[in-house]
Design a protein around this ligand. Sequence first.
Ligand code: D41
Length: 748
Amino acid sequence: MSETPAIENLTEAEAAAELPALIAALEAANTAYHTLDAPELSDADYDALKRRLAAIEARFPALARADSPTRKIGAAVAEGFGKVTHEIRMLSLENAFSDEDVADFDLRVKSYLGLPEATPLTYTAEPKIDGLSLSLRYENGRLVQAATRGDGEVGENVTENARTIADIPHEITGAPALLEVRGEVYISHADFAALNARAAQAGDKTFANPRNAAAGSLRQLDARITAARPLKFFAYAWGALSEPLSDSQSGAIARLAALGFQTNPLTRSCRGPGEMLDHYRQIAQLRASLGYDIDGVVYKVDDLALQRRLGFRSTTPRWAIAHKFPAELAWTRLEAIEIQVGRTGALSPVARLSPVTVGGVVVSNATLHNEDYIAGRDAKGGAIRGGRDIRVGDWVQVYRAGDVIPKIADVDLSRRDPAAQPFEFPTLCPVCGSEAIREPGDAVRRCTGGLICPAQAVEKLKHFVSRAAFDIEGLGAKQIEAFYADGWIHEPADIFTLRARFGQGLQQLKNREGWGEKSAQNLFEAIETRRAIGLERLIFALGIRHCGEAAARDVAQHYGSWEAMVAALDLARPAALAQRAADAAEEAERAAALTEGRRPRITETRAAAIAAHGLPAEAAAVWADLGATDGVGPVLALSLSDAFANPEERSAIDRLAAELTILPPPARAASGEIAGLTLVFTGTLERMTRAEAKARAESLGAKVAGSVSAKTDILIAGPGAGSKAKKAAELGIRVIDEDDWIALAGGI
Ligand code: D41
C-alpha cells in the first residue's frame, strides 16, 4: 500500500481526485455510527480522515464542497435537533409543599369523583428524580425515537443520544406493538463528580449540578459525547400505547420493569394521605444516601380507570401531585439592586448577591419582585417579613424552590450597616428615561416609553420569537439582541423583510461572528416557514398585556379571522373608552362619597359617564360581545383595545400583518357529536360529579352554561330537575337523562 502523500506535496488535480473517496468514507462512517448504531471506524481513524479532508480544503479552498463533512458540525450546531410532536402531550405536575396540601389533594380527588371523604384511595408514591424527562417510542419492540419534553407538545429528537444510554433498551420483547415509555434521565452523584473532575483537568467548563450535567449531556449534538457520559434512566409513565399495560399505575410500572426498564425501587402503594406522608418522610430520610438527586415525592392515583375519569386541567393531571422537599436556604450579602425593564414596561428589581451555594447551585441573582416587596409591604399594604425593608449591603436569606428564580426570604437587621439607606425605587425608566408610573391597583411600576424604550422593544421581540409564539429556529433571545443593537430588526415586521433588505447583504450576515453561509441560509428559510402563522400564535406573539397563550386561543376561536378581530376592536373602540371613563368616574364617585360620608351612586355615575360618550349602539354591542367571550374579561378586553388603538403600536402591527399569511384557528374538537354544542346540567347526577361532567363535556369540545336559554342545545336533567327542565321544554330544547349523557360522552 502506498503512503498517503503529505498535503503540501499534493497537486490540485491529485487533491481533487482524492476528495470523493475521503468524503464517501466519512459519510459512511457517520451513517454507520449515527443511524445504524454500528460504528465501523475507531474515533482515531475517523478523526484522522476528517483532519486530512480539512487540510486539503484549507490548501485548495476552491475544492471545498458546501456540503463537506467538515462543515457538518458547524451546520448541525446552527440547526440543532429535529422537532418531535408528542402523540400524547407530556403533562407537568402540580406541586404540594405541606402535609395539608397532600390531604387537600386526596380530598379534591374524591370530591371530583363523588366518593365519600372517608373512602380510602390507593396512591403510588415514588421519589421525584431531579433530571429531565424523556419519551421513548418503541414500535414492534424496537426503539425508533427518543424525544425530550420540550414544551410538552413538541420536544427535540434525541434518538441517537438516547441510544447511548445503557438503561435504555434498543429492543424489548413482549411489549405492545406501540409503546411510549416516559421517564427521567439523570446522572449519579459519583458519575457527576468524576465528569466534572475530568472537565476541570481538561480545562473545560464544569457543570453546576447533576441535573445540568444530565441535560447538557443528553442535548449534545455529537452522540459520541453523550456516549462518554454515564447517563441513567428511570421509567415512571407512558404515552401512546396500542394496548393497556395494566389496570393500575403500580401494575403498569411492574410491567415496564418486566420489559427491562429501570423503575425506582422506592415506589410504594399507599392507602390514604397518612401512609403517603409516612413514605414521604422515609424517602426524605434516605435522600442523602440515594446517590442521585431527588427533589420530592410524586403521588399518583393507582387505579387507571379513576385516572382516566379524573383527566387533566390544561397542563397537569388531576390524579397526580409532586410533594416537594422544603427549599434550601443560605445567607449572603446584597451587593446591589438593579432594575430590569420587561416587555410590558414593568420595572423589575433584581438583587445582585455575593455568590453563595444554595442546594448545590451557585446563586448570584435573586428576584425582588417589586418596590413594595423591597419596602416590606404586600400588595394590600400589610407587612411582610415583619415589615423589614431590604437595603443594599444587607445580609439576606436566599432560597430556591425547584427551577424557579431564587428569592429572598428574609433580612438580618442585626448585621445592617447603621448608615444604610432605604432603597429608592426609580420613577424614571433606567433604560429610556421616560416616566415610570404605577397605576392604581398595579403592584408594578411601568415605563411609559412604549416602543421608543429599547428595553421594551427588545423584550417584545424576544417574546415574539419565543417558543409559544413565532418560534423561529435560529432566532433566539441572543440573536434578537444582536440584530436590534445593529439596527437590523426594530419591530416584528423587520424579521420578515430581513432577507429582502439584505438580499446581497446575505454576505453581511455571513460575515458576522457565529454565522456561516449555511446558518444564514437556514435562518432565512426558518423565517419563511413562519410567514404562514396561526391566528392564535400571532395574537399571543404580539405580547399584549394580560394576553397569555390560553387567552390568545380564546380570542382567536371567538373571531375566527384576523380581519374579523381587527374590525371588531376598531368598531368597539368608543365603548372601550366609555368603559375607561366610567371606571374613572366610579373611582372618583367612591372617593367623593367616602369624604362626604354618603353611599356612592355607582350605577348612575357609570351610566352618566357612558352617556357623555354618545356611544353608538353597535360599538356597545361589539364591546359587550368581546367582554362576554370565554376567557376574556374586562381587563384583557381593554388591554387588547388599547394595543390596537395606540397609533405607533397599531402601525407596527399593520406592517407585520402585511408580511404574513394568517391561518384560521383549528376547529376545536371538531369530531364527536357534542363538539361545539352548549350544554346545561340540572338536577342530581348520580354516576358523575358536576365537576367531572363539565370537564368531560369541555374536553369533548362542548360549552357548559349555567342556565337555559335559546342558545342551549341539550339539557341534561337528573332527578330533581325543576325550572330549568320546564324552561327547556317551553323552548323546545332537547332534554336527556344522565345515562343518555354518559352514552353521548363515550362512557364513564
Ligand atoms: O421522578 C420524576 N421526576 C417524575 C416526574 C415522576 N416520578 N413521575 C412523573 N409523573 C408525571 C405524570 C404524572 C404527568 C405522568 C413525573 C412527571 N410527570 C413530570 N416530570 C416533569 C414534568 C412532569
